[in-house]
Design a protein around this ligand. Structure first.
Ligand SMILES: [Zn+2]
Length: 476
């Protein structure tokens, strides 16, 4: 087990490279869920639909999605009976970004621009001078069937840019740079002159429906989407597009010990949760002695407060847990199950920054390579308690993963996670934990390679050991 704690450099880097691949395929929450879905199908999980009846069987693996941006996957223990507990692991699929407005057509001084809305609490000045693109979903009307269909779209080349204003025109920029998010964050797509030159190609044979779309979005943007999707502009009914950096995630540093990447918050936790669940039930008999349901819940809309049909605040989790617990023989199975369940809320943590050491209280300074960080806040911004911490410490010791602690300074506001939401909604025992990273909510964040392998080992250990460890500690 010590091998996991230290991890050979090769194993650490292989795990980190797989996270890098996952992030690069996931430029929007819809792509995150699509990537998870394809990995789950490959690992033998069966897709369920919320609209259909579920026939849940012990030792089987399932998943369900909502809005194509939230996903719940679970493996039912071979010994599971209604009323048994859930081993839950939650994370979020969304990240702060700019999103294309519903009427995005904008322009000044001969530039074709795209109106965007800020989503979540991004560090918006990091979006300047980056090679940007769009990714998300488009609702298409199928001309033969007349049906509305959702298609994912990802333009894999730099098409947009928000340039800085030259320092000569704003001498004080290095003292205080905070853009006005309405006026200064409007990316440039093309020049009007060039768009005019290309117009014949862009809008070839465009009927009047499409003219309505071109009133809302520039022909240049519509044409890019249409050529990706191989559809005509008049088929586009609606779109939800995120802006994303085209620079791929990569390993970095003199010794390749870091990951430089967009969206580490919180695709790092999504990936590690997914991989741990898949690994924990890979072997044929891995579920045979398991009494619990092993479940991961990857929610959309955490960055904007979780209040949506697919957010952690919604009834989705309860509905899914009720359906899995349902039994005509035991009408209080769900209530019994909640009291036996335990949830890890996995979200990234703030590593201590070498240039801003004082921002962390001296006893709580999470560092790279020293393990996932337990997050504690008496004011319940995090949901960890002595009980849930004790359980994870026991599991971490058994699988040889080191842990660190974080508590925010008293004079600094504390972030929060889905942990307190699910603890209060369902009465679950919840632990908040996450890997240390720097530059959280920047367009390009940074963490260490070792956190990936450590998290997967800890989460897999959690799924395999929780029933035993938690039965040795009941606090009513
Ligand atoms: Zn987060």
């Amino acid at each position: 087990m010590q091998a996991v704690a230290k991890g050979s450099k090769q194993a650490v880097q292989a795990a980190a490279q797989e996270l890098v691949r996952f992030v690069n395929r996931s430029p929007s929450p819809y792509h995150v869920v699509a990537e998870c879905r394809s990995r789950l199908l490959q690992a033998g999980f069966q897709e369920l639909k919320e609209t259909e009846h579920w026939d849940i069987r012990p030792a089987h693996k399932y998943f369900v999605t909502r809005n194509c941006s939230t996903l719940i996957a679970f493996a039912v223990g071979g010994q599971f009976q209604p009323g048994n507990g859930f081993s839950l692991l939650g994370a979020h699929t969304d990240s702060p970004c700019l999103r294309v407005k519903r009427r995005s057509k904008r322009g000044q001084v001969g530039m074709v621009q795209v109106g965007v809305e800020t989503y979540g609490g991004g560090i918006w000045n990091t979006w300047f001078d980056r090679d940007l693109t769009v990714a998300g979903r488009v609702i298409i009307k199928n001309p033969t069937t007349g049906r509305l269909e959702q298609h994912l779209v990802y333009v894999e080349r730099p098409i947009l840019r928000i340039p800085h204003l030259a320092i000569h025109l704003q001498r004080s920029i290095n003292e205080n740079f905070g853009p006005n998010t309405e006026h200064h964050l409007v990316p440039i797509l093309a020049t009007a002159v060039q768009e005019e030159l290309e117009k014949e190609v862009l809008m070839e044979g465009t009927p009047c429906d499409a003219a309505a779309q071109t009133e809302r979005h520039s022909p240049a943007l519509l044409s890019l989407l249409c050529s990706q999707l191989k559809v005509k502009p008049e088929q586009i009914v609606e779109l939800e597009l995120c802006l994303a950096d085209t620079q791929p995630a990569t390993l970095g540093g003199a010794f390749d010990e870091f990951i430089f990447s967009p969206r580490l918050d919180n695709l790092h936790s999504c990936y590690c949760a997914l991989q741990a669940l898949i690994d924990s039930c890979m072997a044929p008999s891995s579920l045979s002695q398991e009494p619990n349901v092993r479940l991961i819940a990857l929610y959309d809309n955490e960055e904007v407060g979780s209040e949506s049909a697919q957010g952690a605040e919604s009834l989705l989790t309860e509905l899914v847990l009720r359906r899995i617990s349902a039994s005509p023989q035991n009408l209080t199975a769900f209530e019994e199950a909640m009291a036996k369940s335990y949830m890890i809320s996995a979200d990234m943590a703030h590593a201590v920054h070498p240039n801003y050491v004082d921002k962390h209280e001296e006893n709580h300074r999470p560092a790279f390579h020293k393990g996932p960080v337990i997050k504690v806040n008496s004011n319940q911004r995090y949901a960890s308690t002595a009980v849930t911490e004790a359980v994870i410490r026991d599991i971490a010791a058994r699988v040889g993963v080191p842990l660190q602690e974080f508590m925010v300074r008293n004079d600094t506001p504390c972030g929060t996670t889905i942990g307190p939401i699910l603890a209060s909604r369902l009465g679950l025992r919840v632990l908040d934990i996450g890997c240390p990273q720097l530059a959280m909510h920047s367009i390009r964040e940074m963490c260490c390679t070792s956190g990936v392998l450590q998290s997967i080992a800890l989460f897999k250990g959690f799924f395999e050991l929780l029933p035993e460890v938690s039965s040795s500690m009941m606090v009513d």
